[in-house]
Design a protein around this ligand. Structure first.
Ligand code: CA2
Length: 145
């Protein structure tokens, strides 16, 4: 049987993790998170494909290219609060996804309180720090096994 294919997608500015604003986003880099999440899935017989872009269209192209994936962990960054086109892409591919936010968006500025994506997410993890990615990974292993 072929391995389950899991995507880890991070949106704009998340390439700066661990390099700026550690009081909000912690000190782990995106490379750390991708390596740890990849090792977690590999140990359980899954393939993880990580991707980050600062460009909305590149994120959409990636999601469409991998529309055969079994599950997606997605931190859309600021696009969470603005992007109808990303929501349309996610609805179109129908890959189930867990939306992850490192910070507690509900405790921040009011413009961060609304997500265009949460209504079509399989789950949402908010405000658990970078550990949110690991929590999403554990949930996915349970759900697709
Ligand atoms: O809390 C989250 O994970 C966010 O998705 C992060 C976005 C923000 O716009 C959302 O409201 C909540 C921002 C990502 C920017 O990431 C940085 C990381 C380190 C330093 C600077 C920015």
């Amino acid at each position: 049987m072929s391995k389950k294919k899991i995507l880890l997608v991070n949106g704009p500015n998340l390439n700066l993790l661990g390099k700026r604003e550690p009081e909000i986003y912690g000190s782990q880099t995106l490379a750390d998170i991708e390596a740890e999440t990849g090792a977690f899935f590999e140990a359980r017989g899954f393939d993880l494909i990580p991707f980050q872009s600062n460009h909305e269209g590149k994120l959409i192209d990636f999601l469409q290219t991998h529309a055969d994936a079994d599950y997606l962990i997605l931190n859309p960054g600021g696009l969470t609060h603005t992007s109808v086109v990303l929501r349309d892409a996610l609805a179109g591919t129908q890959v189930p996804f867990i939306e992850v936010h490192i910070s507690n968006i509900h405790a921040r500025e009011s413009f961060r309180h609304h997500s265009f994506l949460s209504a079509i997410a399989a789950g949402v993890i908010v405000g658990c720090g970078v550990q949110g990615y690991r929590l999403a990974a554990e949930l996915i292993v349970q759900r697709v096994s």
